[in-house]
Design a protein around this ligand. Structure first.
Ligand code: SF4
Length: 112
């Protein structure tokens, strides 16, 4: 009796795919969680850029051109519409505080 090997192979591939599916979703969720990581002020990138979650806490002596009106929320590198936290390309797309600031601050243009 001849066994249909194509069907058996397809069944095995389908089974393997179904077994791997939960792992895919777990990894995907982990990936999203990593994307949503908040930048800590103690992070090396944050320290190098003088990042503060609260713009009023920026050291004026170190950054004399800073003003409290300069916040991540009105910086050209701030991504998204959430006023609390948004991703920033200057810090590897970690989340920065809407009221934060760093030395890479660049004001949004009026039409952007
Ligand atoms: S580059 Fe702009 S959005 Fe990013 S941390 Fe600095 S001030 Fe905030």
């Amino acid at each position: 009796m001849k066994i249909n090997t194509t069907s058996r192979r397809s069944f095995i591939k389908f089974g393997a795919a179904m077994t791997a599916l939960p792992s895919f979703f777990v990894l995907s969720q982990k990936g999203f969680a990593q994307e949503a990581e908040k930048l800590a002020e103690t992070d090396g990138m944050a320290l190098a850029l003088g990042y503060k979650e609260d713009t009023t806490q920026v050291d004026a002596a170190t950054y004399p051109n800073h003003s409290n009106e300069q916040v991540c929320l009105n910086c050209a590198l701030y991504q998204g519409e959430d006023p609390e936290w948004g991703a920033c390309a200057a810090v590897g797309n970690k989340l920065v505080a809407g009221q934060g600031w760093c030395v890479a601050y660049s004001p949004k243009q009026a039409n952007s």
